[in-house]
Design a protein around this ligand. Structure first.
Ligand code: GDP
Ligand code: GDP
Length: 435
């Protein structure tokens, strides 16, 4: 399991610019069919082969200058609880503000690693000015960086990654790890209790359960797997607090330590922004996914409701929406076993390995039927394909001119793979390599 790094700081210091630079993203995901823009607050970053999760806490609040200090205080404390390291971003061109001092006061009290990042240090004069931030008394060093031109980020990342703690696998059992995730009140505990309550004897706490997560072995209905949950460090937020921030922060560890995530939605609410934020996190981690539409008992049903509901959910989840969708009631115990069965199937899909000979037989034919278009008069030839020995399905296509293979063609390849083998519920990665 990787380390989790949170970016904190007041509005406009450059948190999202830094986030985009470190995760290599440029813009928010725009889902044109559904007409929604998804903010990217959570992403994966990689520095010299070390992968980590990055969360931009500022992405959750309105970017206004008069955010309540109390709200920020709560966000920062939750970020401290849920992450392994903090990037405290300041604006060297603007200098220290009362707001910065308030955040610093909270950060000084944590035992977690905090890095003081002096952003907007675009030139040597500004790099020198960054020394002002030593007065905060946090950490040993101030890291002057420019998120816009990238200078200084290498030194900062070297320090960050060098301090990472090696995280041991949380249990060594070779069983599917399944997690129930979703924002507060969708029915996560009701579901887990309903499943576990069937027969308490089928449940054993697994040794190696850490402070952060609880692993419970479940044996019953012909299944044997581990249910992953995170320990409730903090209580559920009150109604007016930032539910999205809370549910995203609280889900990171759970998602990262699972193989398959059951994303629970509330049927009475439909798909909301925070549901999509959690879904994106599952997909970015290349975990398997099952969508569970809970509280179905509360809806008055006409003949087509389920079909329409399902179509609408798929539209909202796009581009990747090839996931099982199950309509349930946790209180009435309806179709919960079906959710489990789907989760196990998705797990099997995720560990599926296609024989190279079979893969080539099918895919080379599909490529022959629809060749990548020639570019500048050059013929593009894909000669060979193999599935890489990775934990999540990854396919490498070997090609004479990999740089000319477009994303649309990669999507064609992915669709062909999905048409020929069952990868329902599982994100697939396609690489094109030079041969
Ligand atoms: P956030 O509210 O903390 O997420 O801040 P943003 O990332 O939205 O950045 C606020 C403004 O600062 C934007 O206009 C950015 O272009 C600008 N900015 C961010 N990083 C830098 C930097 O390194 N140098 C300069 N000169 N401007 C920056
Ligand atoms: P969690 O915060 O996601 O763990 O949600 P809970 O399991 O605590 O459920 C929140 C509320 O929704 C509780 O009052 C549950 O009784 C109720 N609830 C959960 N599942 C269902 C369901 O399938 N149908 C109905 N009618 N209520 C449900």
């Amino acid at each position: 399991m990787g380390n989790i790094v949170a970016i904190v700081g007041r509005p406009n210091v450059g948190k999202s610019t830094l986030f985009n630079r470190l995760t290599g993203t440029r813009k928010a995901i725009v889902n044109e069919t559904a007409g929604v823009t998804r903010d990217r607050n959570y992403g994966k970053a990689d520095w010299n082969g070390t992968e980590f999760s990055l969360i931009d806490t500022g992405g959750f609040s309105v970017n206004s200058d008069d955010i309540f200090e109390e709200e920020i205080r709560k966000q920062v404390m939750l970020a401290i609880d849920e992450s392994d390291a903090i990037l405290f971003v300041l604006d060297v061109q603007h200098g220290l503000t009362d707001f910065d001092q308030a955040v610093a006061k909270i950060l000084r009290r944590t035992k977690k690693k905090v890095y003081v990042v002096a952003n907007k240090a675009d030139n040597s004069e500004l790099i020198y000015a960054a020394n002002e931030f030593y007065s905060l008394g946090i950490g040993d060093l101030v890291y002057p960086i420019s998120s816009v031109n990238g200078s200084g980020t290498g030194d900062m990342l070297d320090a960050l990654v060098a301090d990472f703690i090696e995280k041991p696998e949380e249990d060594d059992m070779d069983l599917p790890r399944i997690a129930f995730v979703g924002r507060p009140n969708v029915g996560k505990s009701s579901t887990v209790n309903a499943l576990l309550g069937v027969d308490r004897n089928i449940v054993t706490d697994v040794a190696g359960t850490t402070r952060d997560s609880i692993h419970t072995r479940f044996q019953g209905f012909g299944h044997d797997f581990i249910m992953v949950d995170t320990a409730g460090v903090r209580k559920k937020p009150k109604v007016n607090e930032d539910l999205e921030f809370y549910s995203v922060m609280r889900s990171i560890r759970t998602i990262e330590s699972a193989d398959v995530c059951v994303l629970i939605l509330d049927a009475t609410r439909g798909v909301e922004a925070q549901d999509l934020a959690i879904y994106d996190m599952v997909i970015k981690n290349r975990k398997g996914c099952v969508v569970m539409v809970n509280k179905w008992d509360l809806l008055s049903k006409e003949t087509n409701t389920m079909k329409e509901f399902e179509a609408d959910i798929r539209k909202r989840l796009a581009p990747f929406n090839d996931v099982p969708i199950v309509f349930t009631s946790a209180v009435e115990k309806v179709r919960l076993i079906k959710v489990l069965e789907n989760a196990i199937t998705v797990y099997e899909n995720r560990v599926r390995k296609i024989k190279t000979s079979e893969l080539n037989k099918v895919m080379l034919k599909a490529i022959e039927n629809f060749r990548p278009p020639a570019v500048k008069g050059k013929f593009i030839q894909i000669k060979y394909v193999s599935q890489l020995p990775t934990f999540a399905p990854t396919f490498a296509f070997y090609c004479n001119l990999p740089q000319y293979i477009r994303d649309s063609y990669k999507r064609y390849l992915e669709n062909q793979i999905r048409d020929n083998w069952d990868f329902t519920g599982v994100p697939i990665q396609i690489f094109v390599r030079k041969k």
